[in-house]
Design a protein around this ligand. Structure first.
Ligand code: ADP
Ligand code: MG
Length: 251
């Protein structure tokens, strides 16, 4: 069983007349519960890859499976429903709604879920704001919170739907080093206690060092897969081509 499986995925963008190949023949598979970094320089295809995994965008060709279900050919409504139940998102710029309090921001994605009662929503909001250490700040608006606190609200919001996957696109890029480290540590704690899969992108070496699994991407291609050993050193399978990259990274 894999939480995410990507098979021979290509993504092209049209920029005027010109075709930009953002992803080229990506084949990957991730086991549930991984804490995985997608690392690569700016423009390498990290956001494109996360958007495809998050079903925010669709591949030009190739297949994506979420929890072993093929997501191709689904309507935008079906994809939105899948996201609302399965995938939590964390962004570089936090993306909180400025007019809503911390509690209301966390509650927001649950309003799309008719199966979650008002009482259950309130329970989850309190629970996840407590997990991220913001119980005292439930009524604060984003502009009354620091960057690190805003990202904590975003983490609570991502968790509130009880996702099987949390996707975080450069979650520490707008934070100072110490705050970024605290956010990464919090994400890791949540990964360990709830067994939630975390897939995050970064170009920061210090953030890469926190991951247990590593996918290196450059110019739209995967050029290394890494697994961190007990001794905290990376063993990298370099230049592993898509054709032999379909095995799940060991758990
Ligand atoms: P990263 O997140 O690693 O910085 P992106 O996934 O944003 O990289 O971009 C990968 C490539 O695709 C880049 O060359 C970028 O310019 C291009 N690209 C991304 N989004 C679009 C778009 N909407 N239209 C055209 N080109 C795009
Ligand atoms: Mg990006």
């Amino acid at each position: 069983m894999s939480v995410v499986r990507i098979e021979h995925v290509y993504k092209d963008y049209l920029l005027g007349e010109q075709k930009v190949q953002a992803l080229k023949d990506i084949t990957l598979s991730f086991e549930p519960g991984v804490f995985l970094a997608i690392a690569g320089p700016s423009g390498s295809g990290k956001t494109t890859l996360l958007n495809l995994i998050g079903c925010i965008d669709t591949p030009s060709s190739g297949k994506i499976y979420i929890n072993d279900q093929d997501v191709s050919g689904r309507t935008p409504d079906q994809l939105a429903d899948l996201r609302n139940r399965t995938i939590g998102f964390i962004f570089q710029t936090f993306n909180l709604l400025p007019v809503l309090s911390a509690a209301e921001n966390v509650e927001y994605p649950l309003l799309q879920r008719s199966d979650v009662s008002r009482a259950e929503r309130q329970k989850r909001v309190a629970y996840f704001l407590d997990i991220v250490g913001l119980t005292k700040y439930v009524h604060h608006r984003p502009n009354q919170l620091s960057g690190g606190q805003r990202q904590r609200v975003a983490i609570a919001r991502a968790l509130a739907i009880r996702p099987s996957i949390v996707l975080a696109d450069e979650p520490t890029a707008n934070l100072d080093h110490k705050t970024g480290e605290e956010i990464l540590n919090l994400m890791k704690q949540i990964n360990r206690s709830f067994k939630t899969t975390f897939i995050f992108s970064t170009h920061d070496k210090r953030v890469i060092a926190k991951a247990d699994r590593l996918v290196r991407i450059d110019d739209g291609e995967i050029f290394a897969l890494g697994v961190r050993s007990e001794t905290k050193t990376w063993s990298l399978a370099r230049n592993r081509r898509a054709s032999d990259g379909a095995q799940p990274l060991p758990g």
